[in-house]
Write a protein of this length. Structure first.
Lengths: 261, 251
């Protein structure tokens, strides 16, 4: 317990490094493109256009306000998928630093999730822009939005810590997680309504933590949902579980990482 | 400044290391256990470095020199023994490790400084001196990928040494760069020494060790073999190396 607190204090001491790493990630991502930051917002908007054409017109998904449904699902899923799959490489990718400078290594996966969070906030702008354009009113629970996002952020930190630690010891984690993430995406109602899932597969919905974050996110952005409170509670529980597992794994193996890099 | 007492570094490595989860699971499912091998990287090393002293570490490859440096840097926790480091450590190892090619020299300077635990304020005040040492001028605003490799090393060296460290760790750093850069580095290092910075130097270049160091530790298979004044330790080391290679030739 004391050792864990010391590690947390060490991370706090390195907050300037954390900030610089986040700034670096964001700068590098957009530096070489002329459109720069506009891309963050343009990217999900264009993807949404494609998806709403494909699903609404071709597959005839009938769902009220399909466009904001897809866009909100996409924005939130992209945050989770990007942050965790990049965090997975946080230790192996920073090998030269980790093996020469004494640092609290957790700053690397943490900075990845933080910079993805900045992206999420930026790409929420076109989401609200779209609501205004198509005339869908913003949810009266919009104050719960920071809570929903924070819960998912904590969940992503836990998953990121777990993955980055495991990847040091098992090099195939990257490929395993890629496939896993693909399956997970299709099991999460991003483009389709939950109602199209057959009854016998409903248990998959119940054990999928992402559903709660997605429901809470949509409910606090625009959708009417009677389950917002329950989703936020489930989301909190999953976030704590993920963080405890991730931190415990990291803490147990952090001093051995340097031998395996 | 720096005191190591009876430092042991021992770690377990899987003998046939399953490097993937797939291999690991298959291995386990077949009922296999994983055979671990105990590796003793350092076996009871004690050393003490005073203010302003330059301490050399020599020995054949795999003797534990880099491990010892990593223990001092705080990257590796010793299995046993104590490490007492007073003051700010600057590792001159893997110079430029934290650099990003897409960022400008200036952005990299701030990033690298925070990796080394320097605050932005501290580094801002030293910026002109850093730019001058790296001979960058206006190019500090250009992306790092446009720099020559020599310039990158100069910049990294400047950042690591501009805010005066109390303890400097050097791993063959003077082997990189051209003569002009080497001369510049040495001048700066000698200046540090005069002002009381302790230095720990790992090197294979015996003339350099003899010239720069006040004391030398000879490591062999992770254990200290001899420690003392550079002249006699280096002489004994060269003698032993020659005997060993003579022995190889005879057999």
């Amino acid at each position: 317990m004391v050792a864990a607190l010391a590690e947390v204090a060490d991370i706090v001491r390195h907050r300037e490094l954390l900030r610089n790493l986040v700034i670096r990630d964001i700068k590098v991502r957009y530096k070489r493109s002329v459109l720069g930051f506009v891309w963050v917002m343009l990217n999900p908007t264009l993807t949404m256009l494609v998806l709403s054409v494909v699903f609404a017109e071709l597959f005839r998904v009938t769902l009220k306000d399909y466009t904001p449904y897809v866009l909100s699902g996409l924005v939130l899923w992209l945050f989770f998928a990007q942050s965790t799959s990049v965090a997975l490489k946080a230790f192996v990718g920073n090998r030269p630093l980790i093996t020469t400078v004494a640092l609290p290594k957790a700053v690397f996966p943490l900075s990845v999730v933080l910079s993805a969070l900045v992206n999420l906030l930026l790409s929420s702008i076109p989401l609200f822009g779209l609501l205004a354009v198509i005339g869908v009113p913003v949810s009266r629970h919009v104050l719960m939005l920071p809570v929903a996002i924070f819960e998912l952020f904590v969940f992503a930190c836990g998953v990121g810590l777990t993955l980055s630690t495991l990847t040091v010891f098992f090099q195939d984690m990257m490929y395993i997680y890629d496939v896993f993430l693909l399956a997970w995406m299709y099991l999460t109602p991003i483009f389709y309504p939950v109602s199209i899932i057959p009854e016998r597969f409903r248990w998959l919905v119940r054990i999928n933590p992402m559903i709660h974050y997605l429901n809470a996110f949509r409910a606090s952005v625009y959708m009417e949902s009677p389950t917002l409170g329950a989703d936020l509670w489930y989301g909190l529980v999953w976030a704590v579980i993920a963080l405890v597992i991730g931190w415990a794994l990291y803490h147990r193996y952090k001093d051995r990482i340097v031998y395996y890099l | 400044m720096l005191r190591l007492a009876d430092v042991v570094v021992r770690y377990r490595m899987a003998r046939e290391k399953p490097r993937t989860l797939q291999e690991y699971l298959i291995h386990r499912l077949r009922g296999g256990t994983i055979a671990y091998e105990e590796l003793l990287a350092l076996r009871g090393v004690s050393m003490e470095v005073e203010k302003g002293e330059t301490f050399g570490i020599i020995g054949p490859n795999g003797a534990g020199k880099s491990t010892l440096l990593k223990v001092i840097a705080g990257v590796i926790k010793p299995t046993r023994g104590t490490v007492d480091v007073r003051g700010r450590v600057a590792p001159l190892i893997g110079l430029g490790a934290g650099f990003d090619p897409e960022l400008t020299g200036l952005e990299n300077t701030y990033l690298n400084a925070s990796i080394l635990g320097r605050s932005r304020k501290e580094i801002e005040a030293r910026l002109p001196a850093i730019v001058e040492f790296a001979e960058l001028g206006e190019f500090i605003h250009s992306p790092l990928r446009t720099y020559s490799s020599g310039t990158v090393v100069r910049l990294a060296f400047a950042i690591a040494t501009e805010v005066e460290p109390d303890i400097l760790l050097i791993d063959e750093v003077l082997a990189v760069g051209d003569e002009h850069f080497k001369a510049k580095c040495q001048k700066r290092l000698l200046g540090f020494k005069a002002r009381g910075t302790a230095m720990v130097l790992v090197s294979h270049a015996m003339p350099e060790v003899r010239r720069l160091c006040d004391r030398v530790l000879w490591l062999d298979h992770g254990a200290p073999r001899m420690c003392g004044d550079p002249g006699s330790v280096v002489a004994a080391y060269i003698e032993a190396t020659r005997e060993a290679s003579d022995g190889d030739r005879r057999s």
